[in-house]
Each structure stands twice: as C-alpha cells, then as structure tokens.
Write a protein that binds this ligand. Structure first.
Ligand SMILES: Nc1nc2c(ncn2[C@@H]2O[C@H](COP(=O)(O)O[C@H]3[C@@H](O)[C@H](n4cnc5c(=O)[nH]c(N)nc54)O[C@@H]3COP(=O)(O)O)[C@@H](O)[C@H]2O)c(=O)[nH]1
Length: 629
C-alpha cells in the first residue's frame, strides 16, 4: 500500500480489513492513483534532469564555440567589428582594437558612428566617407565593399555586410584589411613593367604610350615635337674590354647626364643596349631640339670616371619632328633611327635631322647588306692588288690588297660603298677573314713563282682588331701560309687607333712581335697628334691621298707632307704616300724623302691574274724606265 494511504489509516486507527468491502475497493483505487502519481512524478523528474544535463552540455559547447570564435577573430589579421541594429559594438577583434585605438574600458559606449568618425579622420580625403556610405541611404541592407586611401600612403580594403536574423536587419559586420603592402607591390610591378631595370628610365612601352599621348594633344596645337634617337659610340668596346659591370655603370651615368640636359616635361627612355630615345614635346620650334641635342653631345663626350682614359665615349643622335616627318609613333621613331645612322656615318659624336632621302638610302643600305651577306657565300668577292714602290731604290716592294665586289645586279661595287655597311654589322668579320686568307694565299702563290721579296698589305676594320681571338687568328695565318717576317703588313686607320689607344697599342705590339708590319692608313686626316704617334708601335705612316692629289699646286700640302715625313723619320717610321698619279708628284715626293709611293702612276688596282704579267721582268723594267725618265 502507498505510504501516504497507510499513514492516513494508521492516524485513524483503522485497518483495511476492518472496513466494509465497498470502502476497501475505493481505498485500493486511491492507493493505485497514489502509485501512478508517484510514477508520473518520477518520470517528470527524470526528464527534467535529462533536460538540464543537456542544457549544461549545450551551454558548455556554446561557450567553447564562443571562445573559438573570439580566438579566430583575434587570429585573423583583418580588423572585424560587429554592431547591433542601433550601431552599438557587439564584438570586435584585436586588430580592430589596434586599428581604431579602441580602449576596452570605453568599448561599451562605442558605436558604429564613432567607428565611422575615426575612419573618416584616417582618410586622405575625409569627405570620401560620404561616398562610401552613400549606398546605405537607399538600402539599409546594402553590402559595402571598396578600398580607402588613408593618410601616409596607406590603403584599407573594407567590407560591410548586413547581419540578418529571420529576414530582419539585426546589425552589421565590418571588416578592414590593410592592403598597403599589396598596393606597394602592385605599384612596383606596374613600375617594373614599364621601366628599364638598370637605369630606372621609362622603357620602350612607356615611351610609346607617352609619344602617342603627346601626338594626340599635338593635333590641337601647331608647335612641333621632336623624337631623338641616341646611340652611344663605341659602347661595345666598353663591355668587351672592361666587362658588363662597367658597361652597366656607364649606362647609368649616361642616363643621368642626359637627364641634366632635359626639362622635367621631356621623356627620356632606354630602348635597350646603348640606345636611348627622347621625346621633347614642349619645344616651340625645331631649333630648340638642336640646342638640346648639342647639349647632350657635349655632356656625353666628357670623360667618365668609370673608364679612366682607356676608351672615349661619345654619342650619335638622330632627330625627327612631328608633324613634318610623321604623325605616328612608328614613323617618327623609324625616321629618328635613320637620322641617327646618318649621324654615325658623318663620323659620330654629332647629330642629324631626318631628311626624306635617308629613307631611300636606308632601303638601299638594307638591300645592299642582304646581298652582301649572300655575296660572301656566292664567291662574288675578289681581291685586286695595287703595287707599291720604294722611291729611292726604285724597286717594287709589294702590293696592297683591295677588295672588289662583283654584284650581279649592280656590277662592281666599290669597297668605299659596301665596307661601311659591312662594318655596321658583324659581316665585316667574315669579309675581313676572307680578305686575310685570300691575300695570304695569293702571296704564297707569288712566292712560289719566285717573287719572294714581295710583301702584301691588307686593310683591317676596327671590329676585327677588337676580336678577342684576333692575334691568335693572325698567328695561325702566318703559320698556315708560312709567311716570313716582314712580308705581311696590316693597315689600320688613324681613327681606329685614337678611339681606343691603349687596347690598340697592345694589339699592334703583339702583331709586330709576330713579324707582322703595321701601317697607319689615311694619316693626316684625323688627330695626327704627336703625343699618340710617339706611343704607336707601327712601322709605316701612310700619308692620305688628299694631301698628295694636288701636291704640285699646293705649297701648304707640300709643307704638311714635309712635316709628316720629318716627324715620322724622327720617330723611326717609314712613310708611304698614296694616290700618286703622275711623275711630277713622284719626283717631289722623292725629293722630300718619302720612302714609298703607291698610286695610279704605277698601276690601278688589278686582279690577281694581271699581277702575274705585271711582275714579268720585261714589264717591270719598262715601268722603272718610265718612272726614271
Ligand atoms: N677593311 C677593308 N677596307 C678595304 C678593303 N679594301 C679596300 N678597303 C677600303 O675601302 C676604301 C676604298 O678602297 P678603294 O676603292 O679600293 O680605293 C683605294 C684605291 O683604289 C685608291 N687609290 C689608289 N691609288 C689611287 C690614285 O692614284 N688615285 C686615286 N684617286 N685613288 C687611288 O685609294 C684607295 C686606297 O685605299 P687605302 O690605301 O686603304 O687608303 C679604302 O678606304 C680602303 O682602305 C678591305 O679589304 N678591307
């Protein structure tokens, strides 16, 4: 029986058995109801216990999640701030604290308005804040994304999202990311894409952009603009002889020197190698560009610390003007380039403005170069030989090898025309090698015919003597053809010596040690400085034919020749005069002690097969007789 019922019966001093049957049944029903009530309560208590256990577990889980969330928030580098619908701070992370100087003791008083105020104060242009918030005026649930320019060249990327609960706006989450470094790298990449890494100058692409812009603006103006193409003279020698590091330093110095000659509005770009290009788009007339070009030439031809005295650097500048020579980038740069070639052809260290005839010349040069390349392979080149005479002994001493080109389209092309073109490319190296081999082969042939005292003079180009293997290649030739000492003479021009005096001296010394004679060609047309003449390891000075041509009518030329001979003999050089066309000139040269002569008087340059008959004793004797008459 349920304890409560038993207690009641006991308190009334009754026992169930004493009660009438009907009452007994009722009490048994009550007993059952008590039992059921107890059972129900037990079940309820059990389920309450379970529920509260579950709630505690969930609460624990929630607190753990909150810790994770807060730690995550603090761990991310973006500043995050969550506000409620009224704009009060709900939460924020450490980076937000640092970014907005949030003091935790005051944070509960802070709200979105103060956040925005603090943000506005950081902006480079505080008024930009209105623009950022503008979308919220029409739509409170708008998402805001963008980049803010802060003071001190800093950048902040922001994102603001509405917090929605059951479709209702419940607040906002703001996040901010410092993208200053990213922006700096972006700017660096953009800079690198349009600037030259070595000098920091604009590169070709940026130059083209600026020229395009300038040409667009010029459409509305009458003043011209100038494009200048600048190429350093002899820069390759710097790299070859002093190394690329010195070459790089020199290019930076050159860039700085050019900049000092320009105005801020002008553009100086590096096109690569030793080529620079300039845009002068604020000149009032074309003459202004010439003044600038002159200034640059002077600045660049001054000595360079990087080079000591070994190599002289100068520049050649070509100029084209818009609108006179073109209205687009392609035309102007091409024509400035052509004019630059003209400046080189004029002897370097000078400038030239574009002229329409240069276009035809450039085309001719190009096609000539292409044909010349094939000519080397197609055996269209031939050596002619011009005799040289010892004046006092009236004795034939040798020949000068002079190249000829039998061009199928143009007939015989003069070396004066094609050698300068070959010299602009490496073609001159192939041609030079061929000439040296052919001349030596011919010399051996004459020696085999018994003319063993005959010498051979060969002209060299500047590129040949600066080849690293040049000395070895000459030694190999001497060995291969078994040429006795003193029979091979190499002619280099005065300007080749002057341009690179120290290196050239070393090369000439090495040649002479091998038994090769050295002649300085075209003497008198260049610097003719006694100072360098003293240092030159050479055997012969060859007086340029321009002094010889009118010798008998020109007392001043005669005086020059006498002086050259006197100086040359003092320095132990032999002297040869070229371009001797008549007996009168020969006699004068003989009288002034010119050691050797060469010219049409003896013979025009002739092919090898004619040399053999020229060398016949009968012919030689007739020649001597004629010269003695
Ligand atoms: N690097 C090389 N240069 C070479 C080679 N062959 C020739 N050249 C150079 O080309 C220039 C022109 O040469 P060319 O047309 O052969 O003229 C030479 C003679 O033919 C000419 N000459 C000779 N005698 C007389 C004369 O009495 N009167 C007169 N008006 N002209 C004459 O003079 C040129 C002599 O040349 P150089 O002695 O070398 O100064 C010329 O610069 C050649 O050097 C080559 O193989 N490689």
């Amino acid at each position: 029986m349920h304890r409560l019922l038993a207690k009641q019966l006991k308190r009334a001093n009754l026992s169930l058995e004493q009660l009438p049957e009907q009452l007994q049944t009722l009490l048994l029903n009550v007993d059952q109801a008590y039992q059921q009530g107890d059972e129900d309560r037990r079940l309820l208590e059990r389920s309450l216990d379970l529920m509260s256990e579950e709630m505690v577990a969930q609460n624990n889980q929630l607190s753990q999640r909150l810790v994770t969330l807060n730690t995550t928030l603090d761990a991310i580098q973006d500043a995050v701030i969550v506000v409620d619908k009224q704009g009060h701070y709900l939460t924020y992370n450490q980076p937000a604290k640092a970014l907005f100087n949030i003091d935790s003791s005051f944070s509960n008083t802070l709200n979105e308005a103060s956040l925005l105020e603090s943000l506005g104060a950081k902006l480079e242009v505080p008024g930009d804040l209105l623009g950022i918030l503008h979308p919220l005026e029409d739509n409170k649930q708008a998402e805001l994304v963008g980049v803010l320019s802060l003071r001190q060249a800093k950048y902040l990327e922001y994102c603001s999202r509405p917090k929605m609960i059951d479709g209702e706006l419940a607040g906002r989450v703001w996040s901010f990311r410092d993208i200053t470094e990213l922006k700096r790298k972006e700017a660096q990449i953009r800079f690198q894409a349009c600037h030259d890494a070595l000098t920091g100058l604009p590169n070709r692409q940026l130059f083209v952009d600026r020229l395009e812009q300038a040409l667009l603006q010029k459409k509305r103006q009458t003043a011209p603009l100038a494009v200048m193409f600048l190429d350093l003279d002899h820069f390759k020698d710097v790299n070859d002889l002093l190394g690329h590091e010195v070459g790089d330093k020199l290019l930076c110095t050159v860039a700085k020197r050019i900049e000092t000659c320009l105005r801020e509005q002008d553009t100086l770009a590096r096109f690569g190698g030793d080529e620079f290009i300039l845009l002068l788009d604020t000149i009032s007339d074309e003459n202004e560009a010439l003044v600038v070009a002159n200034r640059i030439l002077t600045a660049l031809s001054k000595p360079y610390d990087e080079l000591s005295d070994q190599i002289k650097i100068s520049s050649s500048i070509g100029i084209a003007y818009a609108p006179r020579h073109g209205r687009n980038v392609e035309d102007l740069t091409r024509k400035a380039d052509m004019a630059m070639y003209q400046a080189k052809a004029l002897g370097r260290n000078t400038f030239a403005s574009f002229q329409p005839k240069m276009e035809a010349q450039a085309l001719y040069r190009l096609s000539l170069e292409a044909r010349l390349r094939a000519a080397v392979q197609n055996q269209e080149l031939e050596l002619y030989f011009q005799p040289k005479l010892h004046t006092r002994e009236m004795r034939l001493i040798g020949f000068e090898a002079l190249i000829r080109w039998h061009c199928p389209e143009h007939g015989i092309v003069s070396p004066g025309e094609f050698i300068p073109i070959a010299e602009q490319s490496d073609l001159i190296l192939d041609i030079g090698e061929w000439v040296l081999n052919e001349a030596c082969r011919q010399l051996v042939k004459w020696r085999e015919l018994g003319h063993d005292q005959i010498g051979m003079a060969v002209n060299l180009s500047v590129k040949q003597i600066h080849q690293p293997n040049f000395i070895d290649s000459i030694a190999a030739l001497m060995e291969e053809y078994q040429i006795p000492d003193g029979l091979l003479e190499l002619e280099i021009t005065e300007s080749m010596v002057i341009d690179n005096i120290d290196t050239t001296i070393a090369v000439l010394e090495a040649l002479r040690q091998m038994g090769v004679k050295v002649a300085i060609d075209d003497f008198g047309t260049g610097y003719s400085s006694l100072n360098y003449l003293r240092q030159l390891p050479a055997d012969t000075l060859k007086i340029d034919q321009s002094f010889v041509a009118a010798l008998h009518d020109s007392p001043s030329d005669l005086e020059i020749i006498k002086t050259i001979i006197a100086v040359a003999h003092t320095l132990n050089f032999m002297v040869i005069a070229e371009g001797v066309e008549d007996l009168k000139t020969l006699n004068i040269l003989s009288e002034v002690n010119c050691d050797e002569v060469q010219g049409y008087l003896l013979s025009r340059p002739m092919p090898a097969e004619l040399v053999e008959s020229f060398l016949q004793p009968a012919h030689i004797n007739r020649l001597y007789e004629a010269l003695n008459s």
